[in-house]
Design a protein around this ligand. Structure first.
Ligand SMILES: O=C(O)CCC(=O)C(=O)O
Ligand SMILES: [Fe+2]
Length: 476
């Protein structure tokens, strides 16, 4: 996972800007006080109380035009942690001494900052499917698998996940580590075609770390996937609005066709109430724009938080709202199109947590074994038009990653995506900093909802004939 927790990102950045490391608690408090701005938080920690709005206090550091050099060459001054009283910012488990959970430059650039003068709004708990559909681009589905399959899947994943690794990658000059264990799986029988190159994409999940892992769906995952694919397809068909850049391939209109298929899955293990994943949106390198992700919860109930990133153009007019959604065993949350473009999500640490008691024993006649573990499986449809050999490479010679420009999005019609260098994650923080705008048509990607509509208009004679471009075949 390339964009591990944004709160962790902020923690590491602030830590890199101060001389003596304050506690995570002190950094979080400073971040709360500075509305999530790492530079201001570092100033608060370095000085007693500079006021950036009236010219700054003594030693106020000038923001350089290049954030990268700003992060790499902090002008350290004295360090006086400020003990702020309230903390509405999402707390995550404390970073370890050697490693600090974080991410990459583009994540930093896309921080969901709050309005300068306003206090964060109180989080709203969404406890019913209707509330979730009303406030977010998600739908929730409880008891999605037959109970015995859900139990079998939980047991098998719980057992194998004991050996899963924590993701490790470089952020600037420090090695950081995810506050949970994770693993990536490729489907044996790719639901879309016979292409086996999805195995290459596993490397991306581990932040570019070369790995021999060739995990494929277990029989229980395959069984669950077949149920989930049908449900996701039904839910997509029910959506009243489809975004122009959504994938439209394979939709013949037949009700038995599957619009959405999972060809990979990523799984996370959260032990106890403190393991977490910080604020992030999922990188869209192989998912493409306006993707749909189906996330299955097994084991202990944890809260899933969503928070809208307010576009810069609306920052003065409205404030972001955090939504908390409790996810119980055997529930599926579908993050529909626009969720990765508009919202960040997280699994925050909790003050308390109920132990999970499986309905079925691990072995017939065996005892019920309570657990404090949550397993999450995100079933993902990697698009044929974003297959590994179509991903541009940066000057470092490795595949770039794709991100939506969340802060500058407009209306879902003309939004931008950026390809950016990702080498630094595994290269002692060294990156070529290359980036470029993703251009669907020029890169020959599709078919999309938009290109399918144009094709239909052209073939029905409704078009003026100006739109004659063929859709890409997705193999580039
Ligand atoms: O555990 C979850 O529900 C969320 C996991 C997640 O956000 C991810 O794997 O990208
Ligand atoms: Fe995610």
């Amino acid at each position: 996972m390339t964009d591990e927790g944004d709160t962790e990102t902020l923690l590491a950045i602030v830590a890199s800007l101060v001389d003596e490391k304050p506690s995570s608690e002190a950094i979080l408090n400073a971040l709360v006080e500075s509305d999530g701005d790492p530079e201001r938080a570092a100033q608060l920690l370095n000085h007693s109380h500079p006021n950036p709005d009236n010219g700054g206090g003594k030693g106020k550091r000038k923001r350089t035009s290049n954030l990268d050099s700003w992060i790499r060459n902090p002008n350290h001054t004295e360090n006086t942690p400020k003990d702020a009283s309230s903390s509405k910012i999402q707390r995550t488990s404390s970073p370890s001494k050697k490693t600090t959970p974080v991410s990459d430059l583009m994540t930093v650039l896309k921080q969901p900052t709050q309005q300068k003068s306003s206090k964060p709004r109180k989080p709203l708990t969404l406890s019913t499917p209707d509330m979730i559909s009303k406030h977010t681009p998600c739908t929730i589905h409880s008891s999605v698998l037959p109970p015995d399959l859900a139990s079998r899947l939980f047991y098998s994943m719980e057992e194998s996940s004991r050996n899963w690794q924590r993701n490790k990658w470089w952020l600037f000059d420090r090695l950081v580590e995810s506050p949970h264990r994770t693993s990536f799986f490729v489907r044996k029988t790719d639901g879309v075609d016979d292409d086996e190159t999805w195995h290459q994409s596993a490397q991306y999940w581990y932040n570019g770390r070369v790995t021999d892992t060739q995990d494929t769906f277990t029989p229980e995952m395959e069984e669950a996937c077949q149920i989930i694919e049908r449900l996701v397809t039904q839910e997509i068909r029910k959506r009243s609005f489809r975004y122009p850049l959504e994938w439209s391939g394979g939709d013949t209109g037949s009700q038995t066709d599957l619009l959405w298929r999972a060809n990979v899955a990523a799984s996370n293990r959260y032990e106890g109430r403190t393991e977490s994943v910080g604020w992030h949106s999922d990188t869209q390198t192989y998912l493409g724009p306006y993707c749909t992700i189906a996330s299955l919860s097994l084991g202990t109930r944890r809260v899933f938080s969503l928070r809208e990133v307010i576009p810069s153009s609306e920052a003065e007019a409205r404030r972001s709202q955090t939504f908390n959604i409790p996810l119980s065993h055997n529930s599926l949350i579908i993050m529909h199109a626009s969720c990765q473009e508009r919202f960040k999500h997280s699994i925050p640490p909790q003050a308390a947590m109920d132990v999970y008691r499986p309905t079925h024993p691990r072995f017939s006649g065996g005892p019920i074994e309570p657990s404090n573990c949550r397993i999450n499986i995100t079933f993902r449809f990697y698009r044929p038009d974003f297959r590994p050999n179509s991903i541009p490479q940066c000057k470092c010679g490795i595949p770039m990653i794709l991100r939506a420009d969340m802060k500058n999005r407009i209306d879902g019609q003309q939004d931008k995506y950026w390809w950016t260098c990702h080498a630094g994650a595994q290269n002692d923080g060294k990156t070529c900093n290359m980036w470029k705008v993703m251009e669907m048509e020029i890169e020959g990607r599709g078919p999309t909802i938009e290109s399918a509509r144009r094709k239909e208009a052209t073939s029905s004679g409704a078009s003026s004939g100006a739109l004659e471009k063929e859709d890409g075949d997705g193999t580039k």
